[in-house]
Ligand binder design. Sequence first.
Ligand code: ADP
Ligand code: MG
Ligand code: MG
Length: 472
Amino acid sequence: MSKAFFSEYPPNLSNVNLQSLKELAIDWSLSHGLVIRPPNNLALSNNSSVMHAPISLFPSPFPKKTFYQAIELQPVFNLLFHKLSRNHEFITKVIEEVTKVDDFIDKLYKIYLKVKEEGIVQPISLGLHRSDYLLHVPQDATEANVLQVEFNTISSSFSSLSFLTGELHRYLLESTKYFNSSELLKINSLPLNDAMTSLPKGIAKAHELYGSPNAVAMMVVIGEERNAFDQRWIEYNLLNNHKVHIIRKTLAEIDQQGKLDPETRALIIDDKEISVTYFRSGYAPELHPTKKEWDARLLIERSKSIKCPTVAYQLVGTKKVQQVLAMPGVLEKASFAGLYPLDSSSEGEAAVKLAMENPERFVMKPQREGGGNNIYTKDIPPKLSEISTSDRSSYILMDLIQPPSMRNIILRQGELVEGEMISELGIYGVFIGNEDVIINEVGGHLLRTKGRETNEGGVATGFAVIDSPLLV
Ligand code: ADP
Ligand code: MG
Ligand code: MG
């Protein structure tokens, strides 16, 4: 990886050309469904308006070799997490400690135990995962590698909008040549991305394996979802390419309308049998405000529908499990950054001491998903001092990855902002298995880009934009 592309990017364009790119990008996005719902203060009533998704104006340079390395890792991680989800001893050992201090994980774990005891009627599970990475250039090295930020086993989002952002960049390049402003900007350097169709294909295959042609799939959604169109594209592709219908229900609706066939434990909603239950909700405590949502979660888990994910998959997707996997002797994988427990073990005590003394080297993570939950660098010591020793074990500590930055211009709510940026690469994985592997595939990619000074990386939380890689 030469240093040069960081300094010569993005190309220098006149204001007139930038304005023209901006208008083209906005119109293309609105025309092609690269959109999100506006925040309430900007929205028309009845969910009747959209706005372009937050995007980068230029694709971001990313080292080609490293990109393909991350892709090669995906089937290995898919299989690993499937095996972990079926390893009762491992789950018990790792998760039980967290349940004592984390009510959300405790409730999930109780569902896991209850259904295990009752007997699992559906041996097949569907994984639609996303493994996220930051670039890392080791000291004295000339080439970058990737370090894993986390592995998502539930509600991995932006597969559809990610594909569309790649298509937007392709369009801008083909229609304007970006005003012949950079030698790097070549069509052949924009990799194909099948994230738009890979997730629907996985759901369709699971539906087929369920084996009831009259059944429908179900997406578990939250009531007010600004990222609804990323999800709608999955629905449309599932119907167009595979003739499988997917209904949208909230956990509260499932609680109210759902029942199990007493004999087969088939999940029935509105008199329809549910073949596949695909979660785009259920990943955070605030999505379970009442007992109803928890009852719905238990109902689904007990059912015969193929779950994406099962509670076991959700539990092994926690940060705690990722910390355990990174421990010396567990998995010798170059793709892990340093991860440490913060419990009362001797490793935990040592990690606390390290974090108090050198907080600038670390990020502290609770067992949460969805962005905006982590504690960074100088905020770590006060946090550690504030919580009790036992509560510490609901967090893990991780080395702060410091990727090389480059410049880009991002477009959000119609405004261009130029600055120093860093990018996070996500690789989607599609896995179907029981005691055997049925499907183990790579499902395309996502590149998210954010300001260098921003700690968090989520698009939905407003920190990052959707980007696409320009392989160099
Ligand atoms: P979540 O499940 O909430 O998305 P993540 O582990 O992905 O949690 O953390 C959120 C964001 O914080 C990431 O997208 C990334 O930008 C940043 N982040 C997480 N871990 C690290 C790390 N070790 N080094 C640098 N940044 C990190
Ligand atoms: Mg996550
Ligand atoms: Mg994340």
